[in-house]
Design a protein around this ligand. Structure first.
Ligand code: URA
Length: 439
């Protein structure tokens, strides 16, 4: 006789350890509707307070993975690898990383999300591209991965449906920020995507959800450990999010920035270094190279030769976008009616950025949501943002605000100027990877 859901909740509430079959049964009930919304909320709150052991979290992850379809890529002759970022501002890495990894010989079926809180979402960015579909029929998704090496799309209805139900309940019951629940939520979707390996980019800093190294390392260890326990080769890199990663924050502006990287218009940037680092980690995990120098060289070559740009262009076209996006991005990306240049108010080094506030400023411009069902304005945001450490003379351009109206552009430009600190001392250099945790 299966334990009643209320018994499972009581046992977790009292701090007992749930057995894997008990967790599986609860998640099955969550998926088929036998577990009520109230019971799911009580379960989430019990886990929030009492936590879960490694074995319990692995069982929860696997049960949520098994609640729907699991993609099968055995027809491909390439390792299937993906990256997950915990989210940040100006983090358009996925747009360039998936094609770089594909050009290096990996298959990347990337299931991405929308903006969350102050952070941007890859799907919202891709929807800046006229015609691009983030919800293709499964056959088109599979064909795109098989023929181009990568496809970036949204979560489909039959992938980890238990996570979708539990996440919606967590969202309104103050139970999102639980380490085992976050870990199982992220990994169940990645496992359902049928991956052989996963690189986790855990962001830390004033533009990330984890603002301290301790928090970020704890999440990184949880993600890498549970992925390993669930049989997925994984490693987690903790990387800096104390400034936007790209030179832009918004949707169309971040697509333009990724295209500039893929075309080789911009080199030596933080974005480029991050893409190479993450691609090298994916290549190593997949076993295509034996050391990180060789893996990074392979990723750099894919970018420099134009092979990654070619993959991106083909992926966009296959998924409904224009065939010449790479050649003529300005013809296909929407442009805001009002663009305002922002100037430095004094001379000095750009020494700090309030990155979270920058993400919120994008939302205020209409480039993100305040309600889940809200349409967004893909045209707005900020670009030409110099990296921290840049010396600026008074009056030098320190970015541009793109807005739906002249008044909004004026307001956003004022905000941007106030978000950067300019001082006589450059900020200390920041390592590309702050911690590296393997499963
Ligand atoms: N992203 C997810 O997919 N799930 C969480 O629980 C948190 C972030």
């Amino acid at each position: 006789m299966d334990p009643l859901p209320q018994e499972t909740i009581r046992r977790k509430r009292d701090g007992q350890t749930l057995s894997p079959p008990e967790i599986t049964r609860f998640i099955r009930g969550l998926t088929n509707g036998e577990v009520s919304e109230g019971q799911a909320a009580a379960f989430a709150m019990a886990v929030w307070f009492k936590g879960m052991s490694q074995a319990e979290t692995v069982a929860l992850t696997l049960a949520m993975r098994d609640s729907g379809a699991i993609l099968d890529w055995r027809d491909l002759d390439r390792p299937v690898v993906d990256k997950h970022s915990t989210g940040g501002v100006g983090d358009n890495v996925s747009l360039a990383l998936a094609p770089v990894a594909a050009a290096c010989g990996l298959a990347v079926p990337m299931i991405s999300g929308r903006g969350l809180g102050h952070t941007g979402g890859t799907l919202d960015k891709l929807e800046s591209i006229a015609g691009y579909t983030i919800a293709p029929p499964e056959a088109l998704f599979r064909r795109t991965v098989r023929e181009t090496g990568c496809a970036i799309i949204g979560q489909t209805a039959d992938l980890a449906p238990a996570d979708r139900r539990l996440y919606a309940i967590r969202d309104v019951t103050a139970t999102v920020d639980s380490l085992p629940l976050i870990t199982a939520s992220i990994l169940s979707k990645k496992l359902a995507a049928g991956l052989n390996a996963l690189v986790l980019d855990v962001k830390v800093g004033n533009g990330a959800f984890m603002t301290t190294m301790t928090e970020a390392e704890t999440l990184a260890r949880s993600l890498a450990g549970i992925a390993g326990g669930a049989g997925l080769a994984a490693s987690a890199l903790v990387t800096d999010m104390n400034q936007p990663l790209a030179d832009a924050a918004g949707n169309a502006v971040e697509v333009a920035s990724a295209i500039a990287l893929l075309r080789g218009d911009e080199t030596g940037t933080r974005l480029e270094r991050t893409v190479i680092t993450l691609a090298a980690e994916m290549i190593l995990l997949a076993g295509l190279e034996m050391n990180s120098a060789a893996a990074a060289a392979r990723a750099r070559a894919a970018l420099a030769s134009g092979a990654a740009a070619e993959v991106f262009a083909r992926m966009v076209h296959r998924l409904g976008g224009p065939p010449d996006l790479l050649e003529r991005p300005e013809a296909h990306l929407p442009r805001a009616p009002a663009i305002r240049t922002v100037h430095a108010s004094q001379s000095g080094y750009l020494s700090a950025c309030d990155t979270r506030a920058l993400g919120l400023a994008v939302i205020e411009l209409g480039g993100g949501r305040t309600r889940p069902d809200q349409p967004i304005d893909h045209r707005v945001g900020f670009d030409r943002l110099p990296p921290l450490g840049t010396w600026v003379d008074k009056g030098t351009e320190i970015g541009r605000a793109h807005a739906a109206s002249e008044a909004m552009a004026d307001h956003a430009a004022e905000r941007l100027a106030a978000l950067y600190r300019i001082s006589g001392e450059p900020p200390p250099p920041v390592a590309g990877v702050l911690a590296h945790i393997t499963a």
